[in-house]
Design a protein around this ligand. Sequence first.
Ligand code: GLN
Length: 249
Amino acid sequence: MKLTIHHLYADMMNLYGDRGNVISIKKRCEWRGIPVEVVDVGLGERVHPTGCDIFLFGGGQDREQALLADDLSGSKGADLRAIAEDGGVVLGVCGGYQLMGHSYETPEGERLPGVGIFDLYTEPRKPEEARLIGNVLIQTTLGGRARELVGFENHGGRTYLGETEPLGEVVVGYGNNGKDGTEGARRNNAYGTYLHGSLLPKNPWFTDHLILSALRHLDETFELEPLDDEAEETAFRSVAGRISGRRQG
Ligand code: GLN
């Protein structure tokens, strides 16, 4: 049983260290002796699911997003939509997240078509509006447990959800649009978020949630052995405490 990490547009969509998400998944598999492979999926290349996969789509500037929108508009986008609908594990961050919705409109008024995994759309900030930048703390419930995620956001786009559920509720920060208190999106095992950082090294529980979801796509009885996350959890508490002003126990 080998887990394949499909890194979408690795060289173009890697803002604020999103590549760390690939490294975090890879290391947490290797530390458990789980065979893992990273496959870069660039422009013009199709995705080839193996049955045990995680698809990662990082953040990027408007220029890169415009280049990708065309690449996603044909069979590649249809493949990703089918993978998500079949319960495949997908994580989109910021610019990648925006292109997992119906459309992303740039500040210049260009409406880029998205893949349509999530029922959402993204509008540009108004000239008088600032970019949404800063540390973020959200609350979410995954696998029946209430959890928190920390990260860093820097986006001009304002995302509005339709029927799609949010990934979580904003505790500190802006989230999808700085107005409705939602952050990110989720549908089956597909997740979108504005949290860079990169996200997964700062939130090891979420990394393991994605790994377990991918492995259980092959064997629904699979269990992950726990790792010693003392250092990671200390770092999380420190960041979450600093962001929220909470005392650190
Ligand atoms: N270009 C998009 C925006 O500004 C996404 C930016 C990003 O990926 N950090 O909203």
